[in-house]
Design a protein around this ligand. Structure first.
Ligand code: BG6
Length: 484
């Protein structure tokens, strides 16, 4: 299978926060890969903008270090590295003051796409947007890219939306949720809407329940203080996991087009039932062989912030009434493994001498690692001995199916940045979607705060607190294994 690379047009990309962690770890190495693959044209220009006192050469040296740190040395072909560094420059800028803006304006070329990546604290979104517009640096065609967290509740998200809307049209604003850029997440739409096979069964008549697991082995170590003010609900569920729920639950959009897709996702968020306390389990990892406890990591023995969440969601509409969506995510769990499982109902009657519930079809969509899909089907066990049934997977592991091409699959950030340059907003969140997600999230968090809810402890390297297992057991179901 040959991956087709469609080059994007020449662009000037300004990265505010160009010396920060995200730029060094993800944005710049990702862009380097797009250049090496021939997708980013040699005429593109990348302009780092930050408070740091560095010149162009100093910035190039810093970026070279990041490439060496975050890319394998085999990827760093000298000719491409030299070309990439020559595309870089730097402006020292004061996001809330006057310094640096004339120099930035000077650097922007006419007749190329202009994109501005806000890899900065949300409190700077408004001031930067204002300066870009008022100083004539960004025109009506320019695109701005904003990172999560997009607010910490409905009010703050509204305020951010308003501060951006004061200067830019919604069609110019690209709110990143990097989960939407993951290969398998997009494949969810391809599988659902590119095949006849699944869609007729994709409803509560045939689907028993859905499980979504995003498990991590890392703790909150290096970012403890920041994380403790946020927790898993705001960090992972309000955005990444809800987006996955939307892609699974949404109605077929009429076209694969930004507003058609986002309209359908929005309807799903609005159809989510308010949560009942019994349908939520919160946890914090204890100290263990893996390292310090969550409370030690965040330096607050009384913290009530969760770093694990399991929830039973109900999507109240004709398609999904009665089919629960169980979601869970957590730090320091037994493996780094993210998976969506669509668990189909049992056949209504078994003609074989097998108790019901023994065999069910499961479509599992593996986000990471080993991206791929498996469909569990029941067949006759080969050989003599009568009609004995076994479950076997129809397996499509992308690494095997795509061979070498697989290593060329762009990572989420690089794919999304190329979409920004193309002007394709389908995989970005619209302002109303983000607000609807906060409107559903806020009362849940307020409930915990009002009740002084204390998260349950769980062992590092486990599957989370025992209560999370009960969440399914009481419904006669069980979680799938978290497997690396
Ligand atoms: C980020 C969260 O958005 O996603 C992190 O802030 C989390 O806490 C990360 O670790 C997980 O992303 P990925 O792509 O590694 O699954």
């Amino acid at each position: 299978m040959v991956a087709r690379i469609i080059p994007v047009e020449p662009f000037d990309l300004v990265i505010f926060g160009g010396t920060g962690d995200l730029a060094r770890r993800k944005i710049l190495p990702g862009l380097f890969r797009r250049l090496a693959d021939g997708q980013m044209p040699w005429e593109a220009r990348l302009i780092g903008a930050a408070r740091s006192d560095v010149d162009d050469d100093g910035y190039r040296a810093m970026v070279l270090e990041s490439l060496e740190e975050f890319l394998p040395s085999s990827a760093l072909k000298p000719r491409i590295v030299e070309q990439f560094l020559s595309m870089l420059s730097f402006v020292q800028i004061d996001a809330t003051g006057d310094d640096g803006w004339p120099e930035l304006k000077e650097k922007m070329r006419d007749d190329v796409v202009h994109a501005f990546y806000f890899s900065v604290a949300p409190s700077l979104f408004g001031p930067i947007a204002e300066r870009l517009k008022e100083r004539g640096i960004a025109d009506g065609q320019a695109r701005i890219v904003v990172e999560k967290p997009f607010g910490h509740d409905l009010d703050s998200a509204r305020a951010l939306n308003e501060s951006l809307a004061a200067h830019f049209d919604e069609a110019q604003i690209y709110r990143i949720d990097h989960y939407l850029g993951k290969e398998t997440v997009q494949n969810l739409m391809a599988v659902r809407f590119g095949n006849m096979l699944f869609e007729p069964l994709w409803n509560s008549q045939y689907v028993d329940h859905i499980q979504i697991t995003v498990a991590e082995t890392v703790g909150v170590g290096g970012r403890g203080e920041y994380y403790d003010g946020i927790g898993a609900m705001r960090d992972m569920v309000q955005n990444h996991l809800l987006q996955l729920v939307c892609l699974i639950a949404m109605e077929p959009p009429s076209r694969y087009d930004h507003d058609a897709v986002r309209d359908e996702k929005l309807k799903v968020i609005r159809a989510l039932e308010p949560m009942e306390p019994d349908d939520i389990v919160r946890g914090q990892y204890s100290a263990g062989s893996g390292g310090p406890s969550y409370l030690e990591d965040v330096g607050d023995p009384r913290s009530r912030t969760e770093c694990f969440l399991a929830m039973r969601l109900s999507v109240s509409n004709w398609r999904w009434a009665g089919t629960p969506f169980y979601i869970r995510t957590g730090k320091r769990l037994k493996a780094r493994a993210s998976e969506i499982a669509i668990v189909f109902k049992d056949a209504p009657h078994s003609i074989f001498d097998v108790p019901r519930g023994r065999h069910s079809n499961i479509l599992s969509i593996r986000l990471q690692p080993n991206e791929g899909m498996q469909l569990g089907v029941t067949i006759k066990e080969p050989g003599p001995g009568g009609m004995r049934l076994i479950d076997v997977p129809l397996d499509m592991t992308f690494a095997e199916a795509l061979g070498e091409e697989h290593s060329a699959i762009p990572d989420a950030y690089e794919r999304l940045i190329m979409d920004v340059i193309r002007g394709n907003q389908t995989l970005f969140m619209r302002g109303d979607e983000v607000e609807a997600a906060w409107a559903w999230t806020d009362p849940v968090i307020a409930g915990w705060e009002a009740r002084g809810h204390i998260p349950s402890p769980y062992d590092q390297g486990s599957s989370g607190p025992d209560d999370a297992l009960m969440l399914l057991h009481r419904d006669g179901r069980r979680w799938r294994e978290i497997r690396p």
